[in-house]
Design a protein around this ligand. Structure first.
Ligand code: TYM
Length: 331
């Protein structure tokens, strides 16, 4: 089982990233043959960004993933732009990608309205580069949060269309979306997903927040006017906190409802805050130890890129032959 996933370097990593994706990456190391994880700096250029700061954001994310439990000898961890096969394959996949499908992508619609100056063609092609990331490794499984579901559906279509047009070269991947915590919501506006671009800081719990900050944010989290700790469409705030606690404890949401049914909101919030703080504390501590050593982080990424390139370049040989790109192969 080959596993691939990617994460953007920009933006501090938050509880949604951690529960929806990062902890699945860690668990994937045991099943992946191999498990491959990429810090997707090329994707970061599709919206306004600061070129001077991007390299250090890549280190932030690398240190965070290692702090969460990725081990370079049990997985491949690399920076996307170090493996040029991604960009080549992105272009080639454009030949089997429908313009209309790209137009329908929720993320494109959301992000293009947030851009003040330029809606770049890169933002439009973003899902094709994402498809190239996965298909270059012929990965079977893609661990992601719920917000990436549509992108994974599209990469499946792209792979199928490629295979139908040029022969069976690519693997059609499947998403792996966690049963609990696939969509962690903003604490201040629980009808929106937690996100560094869409939310104000008070609505987000960062993985490197200390206990005080976590308690403060959860205490002031928006709830509804009721008083029962149970899930419901009319109770998005409490539902979100139940989901968070269930994910942190790795139990079902009904178990949390049973345990806390007699508690008031205020006491429940304190229980959630304590659990989240205890859960993230070791990651924050390790992050603090790993982040300063940029030479070590760089060495990890380089070594990862070499191993990634070996796999991606194999795929590209087959893709080029299938598509008739480059000099004909000697027979
Ligand atoms: P990114 O960097 O926005 O997010 C990284 C991962 O975190 C998940 N996530 C969430 N999960 C639950 N609740 C939330 N509120 C929440 N917010 C984010 C995302 O689903 C994601 O899994 N396009 C991707 C990066 C990418 C990629 C790929 C992923 C590039 N190439 C190939 C998979 C395969 C993105 O922007 O993720």
């Amino acid at each position: 089982m080959r596993i691939f996933s990617g994460i953007q370097p920009t933006g501090r990593k938050h509880l949604g990233n951690y529960i929806g994706a990062i902890r699945q990456y860690v668990e994937g190391q045991d099943r992946g043959d191999p498990a491959i994880y990429s810090i997707v700096d090329l994707h970061a250029t599709s919206v306004d960004y600061d070129p001077g700061a991007l390299p250090s954001y890549v280190y932030d994310t690398t240190a965070m993933l290692l702090a969460a439990g990725l081990e370079p000898d049990r997985c491949i961890l690399f920076r996307q732009s170090d493996v040029q096969e991604h960009t080549e394959l992105c272009w080639l996949l454009c030949s089997v990608t429908a313009h209309g499908d790209l137009n329908r992508m929720h993320q494109f619609k959301d992000k293009s309205t947030q851009q003040r100056e330029l809606i770049s063609a890169g933002l439009f092609l973003y899902p094709v580069l994402m498809a190239a990331d996965v298909l270059a490794y012929r990965a079977h499984e893609v661990p992601v949060g719920d917000d990436q579901r549509q992108h994974v559906e599209l990469m499946r279509d792209i792979a199928e269309r490629f295979n139908a047009a040029y022969g069976e070269v690519l693997v059609v991947p499947e998403h792996r979306i966690p049963a609990v915590g696939a969509r962690i919501m903003d604490l201040q506006d629980p009808t929106r997903k937690m996100s560094t671009t869409a939310s104000e800081e008070r609505g987000l719990i960062f993985v490197d927040d200390d206990e005080e900050a976590i308690v403060k944010k959860l205490r002031s989290a928006v709830t509804d006017s009721g008083s029962e700790v149970r899930r419901g469409e009319d109770k998005p705030g409490i539902t979100n906190m139940i989901d968070i606690l269930a994910a942190v404890r790795a139990v079902g949401a009904d178990e949390i409802e049973r345990e806390f049914c007699d508690l008031r909101y205020g006491d429940f919030k304190v229980a959630v805050a304590e659990a989240v703080a205890g859960y993230l504390a070791p990651v924050r501590e390790r992050y603090g130890q790993l982040r300063p050593d940029e030479a070590a982080l760089e060495a990890t990424l380089r070594e990862g890129a070499e191993r990634a390139r070996a796999i991606a370049s194999d795929t590209m040989v087959d893709v080029r032959v299938a598509m008739g790109i480059g000099a004909p192969r000697p027979t």
